[in-house]
Design a protein around this ligand. Structure first.
Ligand code: MEV
Length: 317
């Protein structure tokens, strides 16, 4: 028995961190994917030829422990999404792994995939929202917010619950968009950044207000995203970046890239993307090649990325 699935990475355009608290956010998937092949072999659990190990394969281990009751499986992974870069490598790996394990059990429901992939990420990581795993499942672009005040901007996809929290996820139709992602090369740790923001928010009303502002910026950005008003999108991205900087989820190496690219001709806006503490920034620009060159000259690794495309996909074994 064998199943093969792949799932994309993502870029968060608006609302990271705020979404953990139920404020609105928007993410789109990128054209970099992780592919996972699962074979039921009956001897021992392995990943890429090594014994399945909690430390080296934490997301896969959680997925197998929680979602697989059958004989041992041999898992092969393949993909080019840089880890800890803010572009959703762990969500892509988790979503593809869960999709393959589901397939082996005859489950093909995307709402269940999104819920289980979030459960695996949350258990492994200890915090966060379903934004990454939901966009990796759905593909295209999504809007997400706490269930008590859903985004109301597109077709409802699913609700995701965790303990006493619930988020509503909707698809967001927007015209094609190419962005430039600049990876600082500094590995950011999502769990550390999420815990830091939660700690600060619990103690400091200014942090709570700023998270609310980030959510309002995401809500304001939706009409501009839907109509392709990229100047407004860019302005709001830069505004959100400044909020993120204020609550300390930036990193000097990422800031260097943001500052450099903001001054480049054609740039409409730029912000840190993902959890921060390192990782990547994203720029919206009339001149992607120029922005990419500026990012590389400032010490980053640039990727020109087309947003959208397919979500979790099963492949013929
Ligand atoms: C990480 O890609 C996005 C965060 O908002 C955490 C989360 O929502 O899971 C920082």
């Amino acid at each position: 028995m064998r199943a093969i699935a792949s799932a994309p990475g993502k870029v968060i355009l608006f609302g990271e961190h705020a979404v953990v608290f139920g404020h609105p956010a928007v993410a789109a998937c990128i054209d970099q994917r992780t592919r996972v092949e699962v074979d039921v072999v009956g001897s021992r659990f392995t990943v890429n030829g090594h014994r399945l190990h909690e430390r080296y394969h934490s997301y896969i281990k959680t997925a197998v422990d929680r979602l697989w009751k059958g004989d041992p499986v041999r898992i092969q992974t393949e993909g080019g999404i840089p880890s800890a870069s803010g572009t959703g490598s762990s969500a892509a790996l988790t979503t593809a792994t869960v999709a393959a394990l589901h397939r082996l059990q005859g489950i093909t429901d995307n709402a269940r995939l999104a819920q289980d992939a979030f459960m695996v990420e949350r258990v492994t990581q200890g915090g966060g929202s379903p934004i990454d795993t939901s966009v990796s499942t759905a593909g295209g672009a999504i809007a997400i917010a706490g269930k008590e005040a859903p985004p109301n901007v597109g077709d409802p996809l699913w609700d995701i619950t965790w303990e006493d929290r619930a988020w509503s996820v909707e698809s967001l139709a927007m015209p094609g968009l190419t962005v430039v992602v600049g990876n600082s090369g500094v590995k950011g740790k999502t769990d550390v950044e999420v815990a830091k923001v939660a700690h600060n928010a619990a103690r400091n009303p200014l942090v709570r207000d700023t998270l609310q502002d980030i959510g309002s910026i995401a809500r304001d950005a939706v009409p501009a995203l839907r109509t392709g008003d990229w100047e407004t999108v860019g302005r709001l991205m830069s505004k959100q970046h400044d909020c993120m900087h204020m609550i300390g989820v930036n990193h000097p190496e990422v800031q260097k890239l943001v500052v450099a690219v903001r001054d480049a001709p054609g740039t409409l806006g730029a912000k840190i993307t993902g959890a921060g503490g390192g990782g990547s920034m994203v720029a919206i620009t009339d001149n992607p090649a120029r922005a990419a060159a500026v990012i590389e000259a400032a010490g980053g690794r640039a990727f020109i990325v087309r947003l959208g495309g397919g979500g979790a996909t099963l492949h013929a074994p």
